[in-house]
Design a protein around this ligand. Structure first.
Ligand SMILES: CC(C)(COP(=O)(O)OP(=O)(O)OC[C@H]1O[C@@H](n2cnc3c(N)ncnc32)[C@H](O)[C@@H]1OP(=O)(O)O)[C@@H](O)C(=O)NCCC(=O)NCCS
Length: 435
């Protein structure tokens, strides 16, 4: 748990001045001020194409969000709905799992700009402001999940944690896996929210890329949150191992087939498992469910074992996409925070639109898996890259060799290969939630 309280971190003066010059007011919003908080939530809902939300929704949000969230909004006093922000962002400090440990991360979410104020640089001012504030507060990295993949690269974020969607034709795919010796049982939706949270929190430090969960996220998956449409159609199961301990949980819903039950679709909303047996048991439950012709699952790791659990892998289609975005703010601290898989040495010349990580750096990874980065002005670089590419490669989910092949990293092939091998963790990074 971080000692940094983001609510006490001052707003960035550069962004405040830039917005003020266009007549806009950049302020923090107090979570305990009900009117101000509900206006902020209304603006966020509108920004994400949602409805006007009611008091019950706001109350639920107030209880279930962490009170240490920082809410920042931009106001235009000239608009008819006075007090409703024209732009929002909120952030908090969470633990990012990195190989060999955890690293405090400035999580950014709720980025919206009213359609009446779009493309005037408001989002840019807020994003740059949050990154400068986080760097000033001593954070080494920032992260987010994005509605569109084209928004955040310009601020130095790189798509670091690819994830995948599966669509599985159950009859064609079949089942080649084993039958774990624990058991799968149904649970109430209240219990499901607790089980998802407990299993996720115990397991998240095993995979680089995951971040801390929070109560509302699990209530949404369990269909209990006011924002979840048809929440009562969500069902939950969990896996108990042979000793009776809960090791996995799954939220899903079934969409009936038109005119015939057999092609019904089972949609996995969230599957969390802390052992391979638990994952296999829950996948087996889904794939062998009667009357289900298709199983879909989102936000699965790119190395999900389901490919090898089925008999005919052509019946299981995987689509890989960007999901977890990272932005290094302090290179020496980020490099020192994780462990590595192989020794490597390289000089990197890093460009950074905000200047935070710009410069020439000597990266040294020892044979014992520890690394350090030191400023090396004047040294001849082996590789030249932007902070977005470096951030994408940081957890080892994106190879520097691939980025170099695409022309997004320039320089020596051997240096790229050595660093790629050093950065690659045993299991692919994963981020199984949105934040
Ligand atoms: C995305 C959003 C926040 C952008 O706000 P904005 O104030 O219009 O953005 P800005 O005017 O500050 O634009 C800054 C830069 O981003 C670019 N940009 C903005 N929105 C973009 C988008 N959706 N896709 C690609 N580029 C985008 C602009 O062209 C501009 O580029 P440049 O400065 O490099 O030339 C706004 O469109 C929005 O609220 N969208 C709906 C909610 C959403 O998707 N939020 C993101 C959550 S992850």
């Amino acid at each position: 748990m971080s000692s940094i309280d983001p609510r006490t971190v001052p707003l960035d003066p550069t962004s405040r001045e830039r917005l003020a010059a266009t007549g806009l007011d950049y302020r923090t919003v107090d979570h305990d001020d009900r009117t101000a908080f509900s206006r902020m939530i209304q603006a966020v809902s509108r920004g994400f194409l949602g409805p006007e939300v009611d008091d019950a929704y706001i109350d639920e949000q107030k209880q279930l969000v962490s009170t240490s969230n920082r809410y920042v909004a931009v106001f235009d006093e000239g608009v008819a709905q006075e007090g409703v922000p024209v732009a929002t962002v909120h952030s908090w400090v969470t633990e990012l799992t990195v190989p060999g440990g955890e690293l405090d991360m400035w999580a950014v979410s709720g980025v919206t700009v009213s359609p009446t104020h779009r493309r005037r640089g408001v989002a840019r001012a807020m994003l740059e402001g949050e990154l400068r504030a986080a760097a000033d507060a001593g954070l080494a990295i920032a992260g987010l999940t994005a509605t569109e993949a084209t928004i955040y690269g310009r601020y130095g974020f790189g798509a670091a944690v690819p994830m995948s969607r599966w669509t599985i034709d159950t009859r064609r795919a079949g089942w080649a896996g084993y039958e774990p010796d624990g058991r799968v049982e149904f649970v109430s939706r209240e219990q499901l929210a607790d089980d998802l949270s407990d299993v996720y929190e115990r397991g998240r430090t095993a995979r680089p890329g995951e971040v801390e969960g929070w109560p509302r996220r699990w209530r949404q998956h369990a269909g209990l949150d006011a924002s979840t449409k048809n929440g009562e159609t969500v069902r939950g199961v969990r896996y108990r191992d042979a000793a009776g301990d809960v090791r996995g949980a799954m939220a899903y819903r079934i969409e009936e087939g038109e005119g015939d039950f057999r092609p019904s679709q089972l949609q996995i909303r969230h599957l969390t498992a802390e052992t391979p047996e638990a994952a296999a048991a829950l996948w087996r439950f889904a794939l062998q469910h009667d009357l289900v012709g298709e199983v879909t699952a989102k936000l699965r790791p790119v190395d999900d074992p389901v490919r090898w659990l089925v008999q005919d892998e052509r019946g299981a289609t995987q689509v890989v996409h960007d999901h977890g975005w990272l932005r290094i703010l302090d290179l020496p601290r980020a490099i020192a925070a994780r462990t590595y898989s192989a020794a490597a040495t390289a000089i990197l010349e890093v460009s950074d639109p905000l200047g935070l990580v710009a410069g020439t750096w000597r990266i040294e990874i020892d044979a014992d898996g520890r690394g350090r980065a030191e400023s090396a002005p004047g040294a001849t670089p082996d590789l030249r890259l932007g902070v977005a590419e470096l951030s994408a490669a940081y957890l080892g989910g994106v190879p520097l060799t691939g980025l170099r092949a695409a022309g997004r990293v320039q320089g020596d092939a051997q240096a790229a290969a050595a660093l790629t091998a050093a950065l690659r963790p045993v299991e692919a990074p994963a981020l199984t939630i949105w934040y």
